[in-house]
Design a protein around this ligand. Structure first.
Ligand code: NAD
Ligand code: DAU
Length: 360
């Protein structure tokens, strides 16, 4: 029997690389195709450890290019898609919304159209969405639900209320994914996850930025008063949730994924400073002196918090790590992988593709 062909988009990014690694190593019966445009956020060095596995294949390409995407789907006849490729940084969406509209909305529609086209003979109202019939799994964010006050949690039925260009583009893509399910019977499943942290996280996001700055004795920028709350989940726990939902999730449904782990930004940064002091053998309180309050993000959502009880109840998932343990592991990874960090911050990482994948 031929191997299932699974397309994973955005596999050279932070979460995508963890998902690709998990699928390549756990499922030798699948051929994993990583489609990534290698934007500033894509780094093939994230997958160095698995790039020579025989069931791993890299395809450089842009999901906003409809012709390319259609040809690709016809050439490979993928059995399933796990779609992570996106512009993902809220601050960049505030300065340049159009990139987010193009990749997150137009790019998603291009993939939906191509999937619909190659699976058209299998689409019926009773599609179960298992890989023999095609499955389009869309990875989304808790930011589509908007901002919470002091209390309450986002559930799968919370009304969408996106408030940044990033979250509005992700909300649009979520709606389109379900629209293709209802209109064309495309077998889809969707998940909305809270803030991830862990290895290979691009150092523009709060945790890796702070680790890098503390290490280099640079100011650690905290927006506003640092009172905004995020619900943090270790990235490998997210990858495990994606694996479960891909294999056991119900078609046409969505699942919230979260760490049940809320932190005010300032408290998180204080904890990180204490861990960094310990790891760098600096006197206690040294790193915290780098904390610098800066102008707030425009429209900064106050609080996100996820109710993941559906995923826990129906598929038996739960987060595996306590936050302090996960944060220490993350710090250890960044301190042990200085070359990765140096190459990312210098821009040198862009050469990895040329060195590994192109015959010059
Ligand atoms: P990331 O920015 O680290 O990676 C995105 C990847 O997509 C990169 O490899 C990039 O090269 C690729 N990409 C971007 N535009 C592309 C295009 N036009 N064509 C092909 N590839 C393209 O993102 P991430 O943090 O790993 O997030 C992955 C997904 O998970 C996104 O859909 C994001 O919305 C979602 N998500 C992220 C978080 C989080 O905390 N990081 C939480 C919940 C959901
Ligand atoms: O909730 C899921 C989302 O989490 C994902 O969908 C996004 O792709 C991901 O980037 C993340 O969004 P956030 O905006 O929450 O993450 P970020 O790391 O940018 O910021 C986390 C919090 O820290 C947020 O309240 C803003 C604040 N912050 C961020 C940066 C970069 C600072 O105070 N200082 C900073 O320098």
């Amino acid at each position: 029997m031929s191997k299932k062909k699974i397309l994973i988009t955005g596999g050279a990014g932070f979460i995508g690389s963890h998902v690709v690694r998990r699928f390549v190593t756990q499922y030798p019966g699948y051929d994993i195709y990583n489609l990534d445009a290698l934007t500033y956020a894509g780094n093939l060095a994230n997958l160095k450890d698995i790039e020579h596995h025989s069931n791993y294949h890299f395809i450089k390409g842009d999901i906003t290019d409809a012709k390319f995407i259609n040809e690709l789907f016809h050439d490979y006849s993928f059995d399933a898609v796990i779609h992570l490729a996106a512009e993902s940084h809220v601050d960049r969406s505030i300065s340049n919304p159009l990139d987010f509209i193009m990749t997150n909305i137009v790019g998603t529609v291009n993939l939906l159209n191509a999937a619909r086209d190659i699976w058209k003979n299998k689409l019926t109202s009773s599609s179960s969405g298992r890989t023999e019939e095609g499955l389009f799994y869309h990875i989304s964010t808790d930011e589509v639900y908007g901002s919470l006050g002091e209390t309450g949690l986002f559930t799968e039925t919370t009304a969408y209320d996106p408030r940044s260009p990033y979250s509005a583009s992700k909300a649009s893509s979520d709606h389109l994914v379900f629209a293709y399910h209802h209109t064309y019977h495309l077998p889809v499943v969707l998940s909305n996850c809270s803030n991830n942290y862990g290895s290979h996280h691009f150092p523009e996001k709060l945790i890796p930025l702070a680790i890098n700055n503390i290490k280099n004795n640079k100011p650690v920028p905290v927006y506003g008063k640092g009172e905004n709350v995020r619900d943090w989940l270790y990235v490998e726990d997210h990858a495990r949730a994606i694996d479960l939902i891909f294999h056991k999730g119900k078609t046409g449904e969505k699942y919230n994924v979260g760490g049940n782990n809320e932190w005010k930004n300032i408290d998180l940064i204080q904890l990180l400073c204490r861990i960094m002091d310990k790891k760098l053998k600096r006197p206690e309180g040294n790193s915290a002196k780098l904390i610098t309050f800066v102008t707030d993000r425009p429209g900064h959502d106050l609080r996100y918090a996820i109710d993941s009880s559906k995923l826990q109840r129906e598929l038996g998932w739960k987060p595996s790590l306590q936050f302090e343990e996960g944060l220490e592991k993350t710090v250890d990874w960044y301190l042990a992988n200085e070359e990765w960090l140096a190459q990312v911050t210098s821009g040198e990482y862009k050469n990895y593709y040329r060195q590994q994948y192109q015959t010059l």
